[in-house]
Design a protein around this ligand. Structure first.
Ligand SMILES: Nc1ncnc2c1ncn2[C@@H]1O[C@H](COP(=O)(O)OP(=O)(O)OP(=O)(O)O)[C@@H](O)[C@H]1O
Ligand SMILES: [Mg+2]
Length: 243
């Protein structure tokens, strides 16, 4: 049986009267490429934020490799082994691609400057960063920035990586490349949780999926089972997302 790397138990996050995440229990197994899907406003980013320590849950618990990490601060969750890329890319614009990646290696993995430099170069190569590593982040395009973000997260030495809408705005060719990269990251021993609207990507790479709608968990299973689930089909109202 697979080991659970992440579990949420009855996790809820309420903003005043709004139940952004409501009583959600999911688990991600070691080695999964786990998809978290759902319509806009379903609570996908909020769920990640609660797990990652951006803010504490209103109710419920979060376990990482069996350890209760509920309510830890973001930097503590990051040091525990969970890292993320953001829906809205958050690189340091006035640093080079290389220095952005070094941030993860120095401040989280605690490498010395020379080792961090080497690690950052290796990771930029691993994510197939296509231009000079010394290029300033503010002159990179979306795809290049996403690769920097991934390398930065990997530089922290994380074991669980959240990718929030990593495929948004990519061309079909870039999408193919990102699918290859996501698999390569998993094959290097990192479990991945992807939040994504693009069903093509979800269906191709994920071995398990959870569906959220208005903060509630509708289904959690393999892509084949989930996309035939009545509740899920109804939530998307026959949206072409599921074809
Ligand atoms: N900090 C906040 N304060 C108040 N309401 C919030 C906050 N963050 C999110 N919400 C609300 O919680 C609900 C869930 O939002 P969330 O961003 O988690 O959805 P999502 O599934 O990630 O959507 P999308 O697919 O559009 O990214 C929405 O109604 C949103 O407006
Ligand atoms: Mg979101």
């Amino acid at each position: 049986m697979s080991e659970k790397i992440l579990e949420t138990e009855g996790l809820s996050k309420h903003f005043g009267g709004l139940k952004a995440v409501n009583n959600v229990s999911i688990h991600v197994d070691e080695g999964d490429i786990f998809g978290l899907i759902g319509p806009n406003g379903a609570g996908k980013t909020t769920l990640q934020n609660v797990v990652a320590g951006t803010y504490p849950p209103t109710f419920g618990r979060v376990k990482y490799r069996g350890r209760d990490i509920t309510g830890l601060k973001a930097h503590q969750v990051c040091h525990a082994g969970i890292n993320r890329t953001y829906q809205i890319v958050r690189s340091f614009p006035r640093l080079s691609a290389l220095d952005n990646v070094k941030v993860g290696a120095i401040f989280v993995a605690k490498l010395k400057d020379r080792q961090a430099h080497q690690k950052a170069l290796e990771l930029l190569e691993f994510v197939e960063f296509p231009v000079d590593p010394n290029t300033m982040a503010n002159s990179l395009n979306t795809m290049q920035l996403k690769r920097v973000e991934m390398a930065k997260a990997l530089a922290s030495g994380c074991k669980l990586l959240f990718l929030d809408e990593v495929a948004a705005g990519l061309t079909p060719v870039e999408l193919k490349d990102i699918i290859v990269l996501i698999r390569r990251i998993r094959d290097n021993g990192i479990t991945i949780l992807i939040v994504e609207h693009l069903m093509k990507l979800i269906m191709e790479v994920c071995n398990r999926i959870a569906v959220l709608c208005f903060g509630e968990l509708l289904a959690m299973d393999t892509p084949e089972v989930v996309t035939k689930d009545e509740k899920v089909l109804k939530a998307y109202l026959g949206d072409s997302l599921l074809i």
